[in-house]
Design a protein around this ligand. Structure first.
Ligand code: XIL
Length: 464
């Protein structure tokens, strides 16, 4: 933990401050970017359009090239935006953000920009309880600011291992933590996920159970219907099945596949569809996956799933996870091609888990913060072009809590905020993309542009 954060938290804890979350900061109290004091970065951040100047018109076509008149800032240094400890008051951390600092929860406001430009939300995953996020006051203050994040997804709390830990015994405690955040702060809730290959209940793979297709199907049906029904009033959308296709378009390995067979996938949607119909609610039912952000066999398999379910009158939407590396071939053009296909199929879709990690650390001239910003900009810009792309969710927003370092050894720094709560260029690139603007914080983007959709440009070979 950075020392500044540690000192803030120490100060707060030693002052016996109640860990209540202050109300979101109104835009009028935030320090305008133009008031950044000496020693803080000015250009290109000062080019971000204030919320007050946002047009309420339709999204403009993005310009895929950054303006050559707005060259990149030093290519490998993060903006130093941390608040000096002396300005932090014990009773209200960062509340004194004034002319000598940039509040990590000041404008530009991503959710406000998204909704002003035709999207339903800009949101984030959050991983509570048990990770430290729930006791991190500054994290909470950013998360709870609905101007920034108007939607939340529980990163783990609603997964099978937590919701049905014992066969037939349901537990909503973990999921309710994020349900409460959504309700307390007026955020849309995406519910994640019902059927997956991992993080499933122990009984699914336990030797104590001898599952057959006939015995497991009713259990899957009960799992899906019980959970959808329980949270029917709060879930805007459910990721019904997660990551069920391999890169060649065949079924990916899963206990559900092994025991039930490949039709576990459409059957899961049928059960979910029936559950939603019974509740009379309007809940989008998503198929959610990575590696479908560019055209290819896996994407074609998803298109076919959509067609099959549509032919059966079963509702489906598609989640593009969008876990990217800084240099990978999921270009604006490739993402737009996939989104165009989904739009033509008439399905709702979303960017559900966007993050852009560095394949090697620390960032350098090739894998720069500006290149990362461009990847974020491309993805959000593509979504802005399609009316059926309903919103964008980042997979948590602060590097300290990112899932990447644990999952991809040696990789990281994938989120919009550095672990000291300063914002990366990527944050401002997203703000620009949400307004249909060219990226002014991405530097000379020609050096990051990849055109070959079949080649993974990441030297680690890990493009998804
Ligand atoms: C990740 C969580 O963020 C981690 O905390 C957990 O250890 C593993 O799962 N695709 C998904 C998410 O659909 O559920 C995954 O979340 C990230 C990849």
């Amino acid at each position: 933990m950075p020392s500044i954060t540690a000192s803030i938290l120490t100060l707060l804890v030693s002052s016996s401050v109640v860990l209540a979350v202050p109300a979101p900061v109104a835009s009028s109290s935030a320090a305008p970017v133009s008031q950044i004091s000496d020693g803080q970065p000015q250009a290109p951040y000062s080019t971000v359009v204030p919320v007050s100047q946002i047009s309420d018109g339709q999204p403009q076509a993005p310009t895929a090239q950054a303006s050559s008149s707005t060259p990149a800032q030093g290519s490998s240094s993060a903006p130093a935006l941390a608040t000096p400890a002396s300005t932090v008051s014990a009773s209200s951390p960062y509340s004194a953000c004034g002319s000598d600092c940039i509040c990590p929860y000041a404008a530009p406001y991503l959710h406000d920009l998204a909704t002003a430009n035709g999207k339903l939300y800009f949101g984030t995953a959050t991983d509570q309880p048990g990770t430290g996020e729930d006791t991190d006051i500054i994290y909470q203050k950013i998360l709870n600011n609905t101007h920034i994040f108007g939607q939340v997804t529980p990163a783990n709390g609603m997964k099978g291992m937590n919701t049905e830990p014992e066969l037939g015994v349901f537990n909503y405690t973990m999921g309710d933590v994020v349900v409460n955040i959504a309700q307390d702060h007026n955020k849309i809730l995406r519910c994640h996920n019902l059927i997956w290959s991992t993080q499933q209940p122990e009984w699914l793979t336990s030797e104590n159970y001898t599952w057959t297709r006939e015995t497991l199907l009713p259990v899957m049906e009960n799992h899906i219907k019980t959970i959808i029904t329980h949270w029917a009033d709060v879930c805007h959308a459910w990721d019904v099945v997660n990551e069920a296709f391999a890169s060649n378009g065949s079924s990916s390995a899963s206990p559900w596949l092994d025991i039930i067979g490949p039709d576990y996938l459409p059957l899961a949607f049928q059960y979910a569809h029936e559950a939603v119909q019974a509740t009379g609610k309007d809940i989008d039912l998503y198929y959610n996956d990575y590696g479908i952000e560019s055209p290819g066999n896996k994407t074609n398999a998803v298109y076919q799933l959509v067609r099959d379910l549509q032919a059966q009158g079963i509702q489906i939407a598609v989640g593009l996870e969008a876990h990217f590396t800084v240099l990978d071939p999921n270009t604006y053009a490739n993402q737009a091609a996939v989104m165009s296909g989904l739009q033509d199929l008439g399905v709702t879709f979303a960017l559900t888990e966007l993050d852009v990690r560095f394949p090697t650390l620390p960032p350098n001239a090739t894998y720069s913060y500006e290149a990362q910003a461009y990847r974020y900009w491309e993805s959000v810009s593509a979504c802005m072009q399609y009316s059926k792309c309903e919103g964008i969710t980042v997979w948590d927003f602060e590097d300290k809590y990112s899932w990447i370092p644990e999952t991809f050894e040696g990789q990281g720094e994938a989120d919009l905020y550095n672990s000291d709560y300063s914002r990366k260029p990527a944050y401002y690139a997203v703000a620009e993309a949400l307004q249909g603007q060219a990226c002014t914080v991405c530097g000379d983007v020609s050096q990051y542009q990849t055109t070959d959709s079949d080649t993974c440009a990441d030297p680690s070979g890990n493009c998804n």
